[in-house]
Design a protein around this ligand. Sequence first.
Ligand SMILES: Cc1cc2nc3c(=O)[nH]c(=O)nc-3n(C[C@H](O)[C@H](O)[C@H](O)COP(=O)(O)O)c2cc1C
Length: 184
Amino acid sequence: MNEVINAIKTRRSIRRFKPEQIKDEEIEAIIEAAIHAPSGHNEQPWHFTVIQNKELIDHFSLAAKKAMAESEVPWIAAMGKNEKLHLFYNAPTVIVVSGKKDSYSPLIDCSAATQNMLLAAHSLGLGACWIGLINFLFSMEEEVKKLSLPEGYEPYFAVALGYPDLEKPPRPIERKKDVVNYIK
Ligand SMILES: Cc1cc2nc3c(=O)[nH]c(=O)nc-3n(C[C@H](O)[C@H](O)[C@H](O)COP(=O)(O)O)c2cc1C
């Protein structure tokens, strides 16, 4: 099968990581894939914060979970209160994706860049998981400051990255099929 389609179809969210840090070349290849995403009006309005400081990653996990625990949405509150849960699954690298607020379509463009990162990670044999729940952290100004973002950018989500700690590759999950109509 075509290798791009194969990578798209075999990628899965990975939530178990080895503690060993990934290589700088791997991060560079993943960021390179991210910046080749399409963007509205070609504004390329993204910024990536690569965090490899375990103390900060653990702190962000705890702080976000504390906010999640207060959520009115029961499953989010339950995740926030789950002591065993690490928001980034103890991944050794977390990449926060931020967008330029006054650009044309920053959230969409950053989403495209994020999917490129997930696919690049998978194609390199790394595991990755899109972490949307980190947005609970982003409502806290003092936490956002720790990201040292350039002026005018706001964080949207994160990607947890590392070597997968799995005995065998995860199985594909059922996809909804009835999602297309054709007009010829
Ligand atoms: C916008 C978005 C936010 C997500 N946030 C989280 C998250 O906070 N934690 C998590 O474990 N997975 C998160 N995921 C991963 C989804 O749960 C996952 O993609 C979905 O269950 C399908 O599984 P797959 O990625 O293995 O195909 C997120 C995915 C997207 C697209």
